[in-house]
Design a protein around this ligand. Structure first.
Ligand code: AOS
Ligand code: ZN
Ligand code: ZN
Ligand code: ZN
Length: 409
């Protein structure tokens, strides 16, 4: 480290020791934080107005793994990559698994795609047409089979099913069809597999979506059994929703399975994590780390086994730097949350000291964790500034030979 960062870390260490923070524990937690990146985040994407094609975008799933490997090499935090079927369809999934391993990665969640076939215009598992429902369930089962081939232990489900107009669909019938599809899929899972059920209150259906909120995901998962859990995509709530409250509720029920992290200002914007709402991310991590310390072993285990994933689409930003920025932002907010003094906070809460409690929490958020992050990266032999290391690596220039017109999503 430079003299400046050595001095900054020494001061940081002293300040945190004075606050009663166990820095060995903080560092261990930081090192263990792994965040899965999505294969589709490396492809071209856009809005409904335009998909901009970028130079050097991966042309196939293998090149997406190459890019993900670069992100992992620089951050040490992204060893798994989520795949989307059929966007990442290959003829030999064992070969895809071996390829991932050869570049230092593993395959994370398998995401079925039930929204791009014309057949699914009016729904997939909730379509009024039984043969389309069958086709959709067969695709879910195919994805479970792919999980077995690639060694994935998470089936990540998001249904675009919904309607645009009142009366267009029969809501209760659709609810039952959805549960039937989930049940058939759940039965196909191996005992070590999780089913993660994502919710979203709008889009592409603008009147209703079949899995609209966490309560619907939760109830479906509850009925299915212990292998089914809820996935919280941070962009899938109405503005003003208290996402960290949902997180704490699901943790306490042992049903928080994973996250799709991204940032949003208005809707499901899928922007760089923490770019416009860093305090929300910090407060989510506060709930999780508080649950790490819970006296109930089930709550602790739930908190320790959360699948952290990024779900972003990069319309204008260069994709690999956008991913690196997201990882760094997550690490920053996680590090801040690790500096919460839980004993102090508990004491303030128990004394009904409103401002004292708020201050205890905010104090951690306001700490500059740069010296800590630099020290941890250095101890792990990682570049202190992963973004700068990427820009200086020449990787972007090397992949330019892929040309334009790579994979979309
Ligand atoms: C869609 O809004 C969801 O966030 C899903 O997770 C989706 O599968 C993913 O964004 C890829 O399109
Ligand atoms: Zn998502
Ligand atoms: Zn989304
Ligand atoms: Zn999103």
């Amino acid at each position: 480290m430079s003299q400046w960062s050595d001095r900054a870390y020494a001061l940081f260490e002293e300040q945190q020791r004075d606050r009663g923070i166990d820095l060995a524990w903080v560092k261990e937690k930081l090192v263990r934080l792994q965040i899965e990146t999505p294969s589709w985040g490396y492809g071209d994407s856009g809005t409904r107005f335009k998909v901009f094609q970028k130079v050097g975008v991966p042309r196939n799933p293998y090149e997406k793994f190459d890019d993900a490997a670069e992100v992992h090499r620089l951050t040490g935090a992204c060893e798994a990559v989520a795949i989307h079927i059929p966007w990442d369809k290959v003829s030999d999934y064992q070969e895809l698994k071996s390829y991932a391993e050869s570049v230092g990665l593993k395959i994370g969640a398998v995401n079925p795609n039930l929204f791009q076939d014309d057949d699914y215009m009016l729904g997939s598992v909730t379509n009024a047409n039984a043969s389309i429902r069958r086709k959709a369930v067969d695709h879910l089962l195919e994805c479970v089979d792919i999980m077995k081939q690639v060694g994935s232990n998470a089936l990540s489900l998001w249904f675009a099913d919904g309607t645009n107009y009142p009366g267009q669909g029969h809501l209760r019938r659709r609810k039952r069809w959805l549960q039937e599809a989930l049940e058939e899929t759940y039965r196909a899972l191996s005992p070590d597999m999780k089913m993660l059920i994502e919710y979203k209150f709008f889009e592409p259906g603008f009147y209703h979506t079949d899995v609209a909120d966490w309560g619907m995901s939760f109830q479906a998962a509850q009925k299915l059994g212990p292998q089914a859990e809820v996935l919280v995509d941070t962009g899938h709530h109405a503005l003003g929703t208290n996402v960290e409250h949902i997180v704490s509720y699901l943790l306490d029920e042992g049903k928080l399975g994973g996250f799709h992290f991204n940032s949003r200002k208005y809707a499901d914007d899928d922007l760089i994590v923490g770019s416009s709402n860093p305090y929300e991310l910090f407060l989510i991590f506060y709930q999780i780390l508080d649950a790490h310390l819970d006296e109930d072993v089930k709550v602790r285990e739930t908190a320790e086994n959360i699948a952290y994933m990024i779900d972003q689409s990069h319309a204008i930003e260069p994709k690999i730097p956008a991913m690196i920025r997201s990882i760094c932002n997550i690490q920053t907010q996680y590090a801040k949350a690790l500096l919460i003094n839980h004993a102090e906070l508990k004491e303030k809460q128990e004394n009904n000291d409103v401002l004292g409690a708020e201050n205890a929490l905010r104090t951690a958020f306001e700490i500059d964790v740069t010296p800590l992050l630099l020290a941890v990266r250095e101890e792990r032999g990682l570049p202190p500034d992963p973004m700068r290391a990427f820009l200086e690596s020449g990787y972007q220039e090397r992949i330019a030979k892929r040309g334009v017109g790579g994979s979309s999503w």
